[in-house]
Design a protein around this ligand. Structure first.
Ligand SMILES: *Cc1c(COP(=O)(O)O)cnc(C)c1O
Length: 219
């Protein structure tokens, strides 16, 4: 089942789009099944769960931290995390930089931008994003490699609202690309989940995070 769904998504996604299989709350057997079907990028939103699963999965899995990350938990994932999608403050950047230095790594990160109407979603405001994205600010974090942006659209059936939010994130992404920052590469645009990824792709996403449509409902 999981293998069928994965091969379906691989066939509908353009080749340059990375599919992150969001495996949060799924049992390890489900991850093994996806791995056997060739999946290597897995997304988790809780540090403890990611660490537990990391210990049980082959070492070539690429672990994506997609959920809100507390500063005091960064140290647990710093040795192995492939990409942190949810950087939403300078304080967090600072801690990732510290922990990355300790383990001798440069950790790839995305800046999460608040694009949804809901208050509940985390992320930098567009103004905060632009303020942070200057070489002068980013030079304080040599062990962090900013590689792009992540955003979540409002939870609504209104396609126009969702499209407007994705468009906004794409515009910020393009704008930052033009700044040609030394300390940040704008190459990954992580937007789109099970229900809104076709729209996200139409708006320029090149990384989608799909959970329930691959694994079924979370237990
Ligand atoms: C859970 C989650 C997803 C996947 O959601 P689905 O609707 O199950 O595809 C994607 N991104 C983030 C940040 C999530 O927390």
């Amino acid at each position: 089942m999981i293998a069928d769904r994965l091969s379906h998504y691989r066939s509908v996604l353009p080749p340059e789009v990375t599919l992150v299989a969001v495996s949060k709350f799924q049992p390890i057997e489900a991850l093994h099944e996806a791995y056997a079907a060739g999946q290597r990028d897995f997304g988790e939103n809780r540090v403890q769960e990611m660490c537990d699963k990391q210990g049980l999965m082959p070492s070539d899995v690429r672990w994506h931290q997609i959920g809100h990350l507390q500063r005091n938990k960064v140290k647990y994932i710093a040795p192995f995390v492939h990409l942190i999608h949810s950087v939403d403050s300078e304080a967090l950047l600072d801690e990732i930089n510290r922990q990355a230095e300790k383990v001798g790594r440069v950790i790839p990160c995305l800046l999460q931008v608040h694009i949804a109407r809901e208050d509940s979603k985390f992320g930098l405001s567009p103004a905060e994003l632009l303020e942070l994205c200057t070489d002068r600010q980013l030079q304080h974090y040599p062990h962090v490699h900013i590689q792009g942006l992540m955003g979540m659209a409002s939870f609504t059936d209104n396609q126009q609202v969702v499209r407007g939010e994705f468009d906004q994130l794409k515009r910020l992404f393009d704008q930052l690309q033009q700044f040609a920052l030394q300390r940040a590469d704008m190459r990954i645009l992580s937007m789109g989940m099970s229900d809104d990824f076709p729209l996200a792709l139409a708006c320029g996403s090149n990384m989608v995070r799909i959970g329930s449509r691959i694994f079924g409902r979370r237990g």
